[in-house]
Design a protein around this ligand. Structure first.
Ligand code: ZN
Length: 302
């Protein structure tokens, strides 16, 4: 035994209440991906991980979704997590769950794997593993309502461990709930004027650099705020040049978005978007992209 490398083994216990709230969320989104965070406790001893999922965090009101993309509302989840932690201090963030039954991919995508390896190896990650639960198909009239797969990533380990269903147990327990949900009111508007730091700007930078490297931040000299400009590749192979910018007159720092595309199939959407306001450039871009793709897709069908 001395020189044998240790084999890692895993067992997972899933509270039925947590599984049900995952399935409830899946029922709400049959075209776009959705997901959430997995909460619970774990023990790691002698190469064996015993993971207990006791609750989930909902994706939050500002989660971003498309048929192939999902981004959680981290701020909302952070508030919920603090509220749960206050009455259950042993609870950890174990990993994430998300759906693929909407796009038919029966396993993790290349992008998922890349993200999870990055997460588990991040200096600030709280544990030495990351648990990814994937919803892969809907069981028509079946019990359970959805088929799920379980994957574990480990810090400093290039393997991905798919946990066989025999190692996953459902136990009858309600999901964890926050003792008292923290106030979710928005902070009061800043009074520092246009030059006060807008936290959305830094998040936009990070988001676009990672997911939309074609969009560049430019500085509008007369406004003093950055705006984002570049091409969006659409589902029909065309592209639309878009610009998302902060409204310099709005204390709440809303963003608007415009496109120079002359495609008649999307003219209505672009017209509607002239009136719309968003809390960040990334919200503006993701919403517009989704609506343009939907219009192009439906135009083709019709
Ligand atoms: Zn995925």
């Amino acid at each position: 035994m001395l020189f044998r490398s240790k084999k890692q083994t895993f067992s997972i216990t899933l509270a039925r209440g947590a599984a049900e709230s995952i399935f409830d969320e899946c029922d709400k989104y049959d075209a776009d991906e959705t997901g959430g965070r997995l909460l619970g406790t774990y023990r790691h001893q002698g190469g064996h991980y015993d993971i207990e999922v006791k609750g989930v965090l909902e994706p939050g009101p500002n989660a971003q979704r498309s048929p192939t993309y999902f981004l959680q509302d981290g701020e909302h989840q952070e508030r919920l997590f603090r509220a749960i932690e206050a009455s259950h201090p042993d609870i950890e963030h174990l990993g994430n769950w998300h759906t693929h039954h909407v796009n038919g991919l029966p396993t993790l995508s290349g992008g998922d794997k890349e993200t999870y390896f990055k997460t588990v190896n991040h200096a600030k990650h709280n544990t030495d593993f990351f648990y990814a639960l994937l919803v892969v198909s809907k069981n028509r009239g079946g019990n359970p309502r959805y088929a799920i797969k379980h994957f574990i990533f480990r810090r400093g380990d290039e393997a991905i461990y798919e946990i066989p269903l025999a190692e996953v147990r459902l136990v009858d327990a309600p999901p964890l709930r926050p003792g008292k949900i923290a106030e979710t009111r928005d902070p009061p508007p800043q009074t520092g004027g246009q030059n006060a730091a807008n936290p959305e700007r830094a998040k936009d930078h990070e988001f676009f650099a990672e997911f939309y490297p074609g969009l560049k931040a430019l500085l509008a000299k007369d406004i003093g705020a950055p705006y984002w400009k570049g091409p969006l590749s659409l589902v029909d192979g065309s592209r639309a040049d878009v610009a998302a910018m902060e409204d310099p007159d709005d204390r709440a720092r809303s963003y608007s978005i415009a496109s120079s595309s002359k495609n008649p199939a999307i003219a209505d959407i672009l017209e509607q978007y002239k009136q719309r306001k968003f809390r960040s450039a990334r919200h503006a871009v993701l919403h517009l992209e989704r609506d343009l793709n939907q219009a192009l897709y439906q135009g083709k069908k019709g």
